[in-house]
Write a protein that binds this ligand. Sequence first.
Ligand SMILES: Cc1ncc(C[n+]2csc(CCOP(=O)(O)OP(=O)(O)O)c2C)c(N)n1
Ligand SMILES: [Mg+2]
Length: 603
Amino acid sequence: VSAPPYEGETYAVVTAFVDELVRSDIAGAVVSPGSRSTPVALALARRDDVRLFVHPDERSAAYFALGLAKATGRPAVVLCTSGTAAANYLPAVAEAQTGRVPLVVLTADRPPELRDVAAAQTIDQVRLFAGHAKWSVDLPPPAPLEAVARQARVVADRAVALAAAAPQGPVHVNVPVREPLVPMPQAAPPGTGGAAWQGRGGAGPYARIARPPVQVSPAAARGAAAELAGPRGLVVLGPEAADGPDRQRTRARAAVALAARLGWPVVADVLSAARGLPGVIGRADALVRDPLVADALVPARVLRLGAPPTSKALGQLLERVPEDGLWLVDDGDAFPDPSLRARTVVHADAAAWLAAVAAALPAPGGAGADAWLRRWQLADAAAGEALAACLADEPYGCEGRVMAELGRVLPAGACLFVGNSMPVRDADAFFAARGRGVRVVGSRGASGIDGITSTALGLAAGSGRPCVLAVGDLSFYHDLNGLIAAGRFGVPLTVVVVNNDGGGIFSFLPQARHGEQFERLWGTPLGLDFAHAARLYGASFARPRDWPGFAAAVRSGLRRRALAIVEVRALDRTENVRRHDAAFAAVAGAVRRAWASDGGSGA
Ligand SMILES: Cc1ncc(C[n+]2csc(CCOP(=O)(O)OP(=O)(O)O)c2C)c(N)n1
Ligand SMILES: [Mg+2]
């Protein structure tokens, strides 16, 4: 194989850097237009083994990359030019750090001699995301030095490996380049043929950065098993880190298997891969809102994985676990417990640790579920029936029922991306698609209402599955720009906009009861007609009038394999609070009846 043409030191070094990113296996690259980023953009675009998305809005672009990474668990690359373009990445970078999403952020920059001297389109980009990034590197400008080429390759390998390592997150590589920014073909200087410039032989990376799982010693597993085992325990699975669907499933199954050994119920957040697995409690949020029901469900010991649960009510239940009773298992090095009550935090490969502890426990007795397990299971089943009955009577526009309907309509293997504010909470309470392998994904790191549409489009592009986004009207407005990705990249997405004309969540908060300036400051009705957004971005648009019409619109959106917007005109926001209360009251009644008619539940 003959060496590629030499195009000057900038292209030689930048091409080596990009070659190494690709060899390290990335989910794709999202590039925004600009001049200073030209060498990196061109080097990426020349690769036919990289999925390249050219997105004109950097804020949306970074969120699109976030979605790509969420779909696959592989780091996604974003690239922009110098100046405020780079600053537009901050929201997605912050979400990537807090939500554990692997991202490699590349910002083109002026070389050092042009910084802080009023050069055009130049801001201080060095460590721009420090505090939000796992690693910040300011590369030297390209030079015809072998050490510089080696460094470019090593930094690329380290960036991808570090982003993907638990806790997954963003790394920032600031890339200064000098003019000329376009290729300058010339005779290759001697010594540019080796591994530094051309890469190692074969397809592998220049530096293999390995992190084999640490084995859990049998003694440590026995110790943990002995301490954990006991009555009235609970395994709680929160929102997943973005380490890919395979690892998420493996971890979820390992948690379920350990719980079976312990004889404990498993409670799964809607954003946990365990939701929908057989026997897993999916109605905890609705269950523990009632004080009397919650009293009967306070666990004596808890093993928690993932991020803190979406459900505030469940979080409050966990605050009642006795001292010494709360264990966390964290794949990374964090202390993800805002209650500050965890007694034991295990930093380990969670799946391996769970399996080792399960193996150290005796097989379950087979005497049938004990009273505690049975109490949870009866309650979950009763809650499911009560919610189904209650929602079936709800008029068109009831927000909770939107989620219940989606549970019926989504095909097996589909993805549901839930926006922040009420959609994720309503999905936690009301979405059920048992046993059909619907993957539910959200962005609960920093829980912003920005970038939701772009993240969903990135997820759709990366997963290749049929995807539905459920999003509030303010959140949808916030990232209208993101819709451009659907048509540009041919990414199909069905967007269900739950339009309650404002921030529905605030009606659940004390600000609503206080009342002063409520609509002006929190309700914030925008009065937008989203049909115009559909027209602008070439989407189909439907505004159904009843539930059969809603189901038909979502199905037809999915069949269309393009951008489809389905707007649900929701009930009044105050009415929405009443209907939530009524549904949860129905659950409480049903659970108490179920327990009363079952002597064995012990409640
Ligand atoms: C970027 C950002 N700005 C502001 C907020 C605060 N916030 C939380 S929920 C919400 C209202 C969201 O309204 P909508 O998307 O319509 O959802 P709904 O509450 O109606 O379900 C706001 C402004 C936020 N989380 N993120
Ligand atoms: Mg709203």
